[in-house]
Write a protein of this length. Structure first.
Length: 369
């Protein structure tokens, strides 16, 4: 049963800090932005050390292993790994030293990353290596080409990798691959898969549809058999416009960052809609820690998404239990024109926050002052 959206928003002081009350959980799409919150974090630039001669490319995702080490999905010094022999999957120790890397020649453009309880590394690949068609002659032809691509019912011709989800051992051995190279809009394929997570029972969830024909979440068995899909393009409850990030709380509820709808939707593991939250901004990345604190990265408000410009970009922090928003790490580049601040976010057992940045091409660490 859907919860009634509440219109009342209450500001409350908790332990000397300004917070947004739990009464705001069912926030309205046109709610007042939540920007004026304390930022108790110090930014650490240059924490992770790349090999000599290698520079950071677009960095879309970061994840914490069970031992507290840090895994990163990075696009090979650019915004794609096509044509590069660099590894897109990077593993750092707690001091930022590179332990290992892998994935060269297997991933066109990494997007999401997840480390399961056994330490295996899951990576979504949202692009592919199919030959690109010639540039359309005019805007009408371009629109027609985009529409045909969105509704394509088979993989892109010539693709040998991309639009897939890979499971790697910690050493980089491919253990499982979901999806068909090139992707498509039909149920048996991904089309620009964005994120992945593994539930405690081993079920695999994949968010699919960065900007293509799919707008859904897929559920697989631990062995990779498709169980169900839920969601389609739209803005009603249970519909998506850019299912961009996944997280799961201690109750087993699935949180989906529905980015282009400027909201988080919450489901049970059968895909039943439970709730919708607007109070965390435009979610590019979502992370929930062992204490059910939720960290939401907004990398697009006001720049890529000018209609959401009254919200500041940055990382909002709060409770996954009741939706209270308590802290905010703002993007220092207030005049950014494109994607800025963290797109992916993760938190280690010591409470340090890591932000993966696509536009600025960086991995930042935030430590509590």
């Amino acid at each position: 049963m859907r919860h009634r959206i509440q219109r009342l928003f209450i500001a409350a002081a908790v332990v000397g800090a300004l917070t947004v009350s739990a009464a705001l959980v069912h926030a309205q799409p046109d709610m007042e932005p939540i920007n004026d919150l304390p930022n108790p974090y110090e930014t650490i630039d240059g924490w992770a050390k790349l090999p000599a001669g290698r520079t950071w490319g677009s960095t879309s995702a970061v994840e914490i292993a069970p031992d507290g080490t840090v895994w990163v999905a990075e696009r090979c010094g650019a915004n794609t790994c096509l044509g590069s022999d660099l590894d897109p999957v990077l593993h750092f120790d707690k001091d930022g030293n590179l332990i290992r890397s892998f994935g060269s020649g297997l991933i066109a453009s990494p997007h999401g990353i997840y480390v399961d309880r056994e330490g295996n590394v899951w990576v979504t690949d949202w692009s592919d290596n199919a030959p690109r068609p010639e540039r359309p002659a005019n805007q009408e032809a371009a629109r027609a080409a985009r529409e045909a691509n969105r509704s394509r019912m088979g993989p892109r011709p010539g693709a040998t990798m991309g639009s897939q989800v890979h499971k790697f051992s910690p050493e980089g051995e491919v253990l499982m691959t979901l999806g068909t190279p090139g992707g498509a809009a039909e149920p048996g394929y991904f089309y620009q898969s964005t994120d992945v997570l593994v539930a405690p029972d081993g079920s695999i969830f994949v968010s699919d549809g960065h900007g293509g024909g799919n707008a859904r979440v897929l559920k697989f068995t631990a062995g990779g058999e498709l169980v169900k899909t839920f969601g389609h393009k739209g803005s009603a409850d249970g519909e998506f416009n850019g299912a961009h990030a996944l997280a799961m709380d201690s109750q087993g509820r699935l949180f989906v960052g529905d980015r282009s709808n400027n909201r988080i939707q919450i489901f049970d593991q059968e895909g039943n809609f439970l709730d919708v939250w607007y109070q965390f901004g435009r979610p590019s990345g979502v992370f929930i820690d062992a204490n059910d604190m939720i960290y939401v990265a907004d990398s697009e408000s006001g720049s890529v998404a000018p209609d959401n410009g009254h919200w500041l970009r940055g990382i909002r922090i709060g409770s996954a239990n009741d939706g209270t928003v308590t802290e905010f790490i703002p993007d220092p580049d207030v005049d950014a024109r494109g994607t800025s601040a963290a797109e992916g976010v993760a938190v280690d057992p010591d409470g340090n926050i890591y932000g993966a940045e696509v536009g600025p091409r960086a991995l930042k660490k935030y430590i509590r002052r």
